[in-house]
Design a protein around this ligand. Structure first.
Ligand code: FES
Length: 592
């Protein structure tokens, strides 16, 4: 007979831990809950008086970036056991940026729902999120924030750098460059094959300041990961030691009842936005932060991003905005050194998962290499690594990564060359007959949340081969799609409302004049109102690409980019009490 008369598991505030509702429930329900765990060989002693720590593992053989998570999960378990908890690992959907089609962004909300409901419905007192590849980080954060159980994040860390012909390469940024060389005929088939073989030499996330590196760093800034964990290389032994420390800390936050809702304040989001600008980070982080803020009821708009970006110098010198890789940030002092440098611009008193403030966490940090982490006094770029645009072409906003754009093109007036969708682009972009000049503005429609659907990373439109061969390296490109955080160019993204719902982008025709002024935050379609009205009357939305299943749900409920592309029904309701208890949790029935 299980010892259900053991002292009830208490948290540090004298309250029963959540898991006690399962395992110390009276009668047959409590007995069944214990018995079904004992079926795994877990003893009563292992179960009694211990916080249960869930480990949400996004390991998958389809996701090379997260392939070391089995080992990291074992390290987390060591930490949990050391601190007197019981670790229980569970799988989540895993979103592999390169292999998953049509785009991982289509499934970010599905993973968020998976993580949310798994945490809510199982008997855990805290959760450790094992996440890495781009969308797995925001998805898990969104899900965990909606449940609001004590949460700590362990990220994957960047992959080792590859070398091609003696040059250190990154898996994203350098591929974009070499792809242009290959398409322009400047690279042989043999060189292309050699590049492929050397591109990604280890597990871990993309090695530059792509979305995974950006979101890992911002998770530290938001106070949800241990300080110094983000930039440690995936294969570095200290990453496993850090995972062990996260396991220990997970037991403590379960007892302290330290929840995401006490960390994810408006000040924490301000800190993350400032850090995003200072990192020259991925524009995708804007969408993810907007979605996360919606999950915890923090009002956040593109206007706040603009305001903070304009006052934030870029100080981190990592590709595609700079020269180095994310692992070099680790050698230069890590994300704590970046945060310490930024403290005059941050809310340093923001609480974090360590139990200390953001400023206290980084008090001992130092910058060891000013070429990688510059100072506020001598930044790499004075301000606005990312620009926010509004105007008649984007009434609800658009963004551009200025730190990776061509300055001379930031103020530009040109005639539109329109591609109706990604297939049209693929068919015509390299057509020698395409009427296009270096001054043209390339426009892609139907790349947004509903139009694509899933807002894929199509925004980095390829420059037509005939212009590449003529030596053109950048052009103004505009779409309602996203762009890889590793990519670069004068690329306007996230145009909202998107074309498929009748936004002005959907009304653009070949030869229309478009005026861009990034410093002024403006982007306008210079077409007379009467003509636009006539086009609007003729507009027909594309037919839906899904009629059943998750895709149909996505099309029906996804929000626009300025609201983070979350589902409307997943945002926190204004009067919502976050559900702590699984429904029907301690009823008498054994639900088997
Ligand atoms: Fe996984 Fe880049 S493909 S982080």
């Amino acid at each position: 007979m299980p010892d259900c008369n053991n002292p009830v598991v208490m948290d540090g505030k004298g309250r029963r831990l959540r898991s006690a509702a399962w395992f110390e429930a009276p009668g047959e329900a409590g007995m069944a809950h214990r018995a079904y765990l004992k079926a795994e060989g877990i003893s009563q002693r292992a179960l009694s008086n211990r916080p249960i720590i869930g480990i949400a593992n996004s390991w998958s053989e389809f996701v090379n970036c997260n392939l070391h998570f089995r080992g990291l999960a074992e390290a987390v378990k060591r930490g949990v056991l050391q601190a007197g908890g019981l670790p229980l690992e569970f799988p989540t959907i895993s979103l592999g940026e390169v292999l998953m089609k049509p785009t991982t962004m289509l499934y970010r909300n599905l993973m968020a729902m998976d993580v949310e409901e798994s945490i809510r419905s199982y008997p855990m007192d805290a959760v450790v999120l094992l996440v890495g590849c781009d969308k797995t980080i925001p998805a898990a954060l969104m899900g965990a924030a909606s449940v609001d159980l004590p949460t700590i994040v362990v990220t994957a860390g960047p992959a080792q750098a590859g070398f091609f012909r003696g040059r250190e390469i990154s898996a994203g940024t350098d591929v974009w460059r070499y792809t242009d060389d290959y398409r322009a005929g400047r690279m042989s088939e043999a060189e292309w094959d050699e590049l492929e073989a050397s591109l990604v030499p280890s597990v871990g996330t993309c090695s530059e300041m792509g979305t995974a590196s950006t979101m890992s760093a911002l998770t530290e800034v938001l106070g949800l990961a241990l300080p110094g964990s983000a930039a440690l290389p995936a294969v570095d032994a200290r990453r496993a030691a850090g995972a062990e420390a996260a396991g220990r800390r997970a037991v403590e936050i379960a007892r302290e009842d330290l929840r995401p809702s006490s960390l994810l304040s408006a000040e924490a989001f301000d800190n993350a936005i400032t850090a995003l600008g200072a990192l020259g980070g991925s524009t995708n982080a804007i969408v993810h932060l907007l979605a996360l803020a919606g999950r915890v009821g923090v009002p956040l708009s593109l206007g706040r991003f603009d305001e903070l970006f304009r006052g934030t110098p870029m100080i981190v010198n990592v590709r595609p905005s700079g020269e180095h890789l994310f692992e070099d940030v680790e050698r230069a002092g890590g994300v704590p050194a970046v945060i310490k440098e930024l403290l005059p611009l941050l809310h340093g008193d923001a609480p974090t998962v360590t139990g200390r403030s953001l400023a206290e966490n980084v008090a001992a940090a130092n910058v060891h290499d000013r070429d990688v982490i510059a100072s506020l006094g001598r930044p790499l770029r004075a301000r606005s690594a990312i620009g926010v645009l509004h105007g008649s072409l984007a009434p609800s906003g658009a963004v551009i990564k200025r730190s990776a754009a061509t300055s001379a093109l930031e103020k530009h007036s040109g005639l539109a060359v329109v591609f109706d969708d990604i297939d049209d682009l693929a068919r015509r972009v390299d057509d020698p007959e395409l009427e296009i000049t270096p001054d043209s503005v390339m426009v892609l429609k139907n790349g947004g949340p509903k139009g694509a659907p899933g807002m894929p990373e199509w925004g980095h439109l390829p420059i037509p081969a005939k212009l590449l061969r003529a030596g053109v390296t950048d052009m103004v490109r505009i779409s309602d799609a996203r762009m890889s955080g590793t990519a670069f160019g004068t690329v306007v993204l996230h145009v909202t409302p998107e074309s498929a719902v009748g936004g002005p982008l959907g009304l653009v025709e070949n030869g229309d004049r478009i005026e861009l002024d990034v410093e002024a935050g403006k982007m306008d379609l210079k077409v007379p109102d009467g003509e636009l009205q006539a086009r609007r009357a003729r507009f027909k939305p594309p037919s839906p690409k899904y009629r059943r299943g998750y895709g149909a749900l996505y099309l029906e409920r996804v929000l626009q980019a300025d609201q983070g592309c979350d589902f409307d029904f997943l945002r926190k309701l204004p009067d919502e009490e976050i559900q702590q208890q699984a429904l029907g949790l301690v009823g008498g029935a054994i639900n088997v």
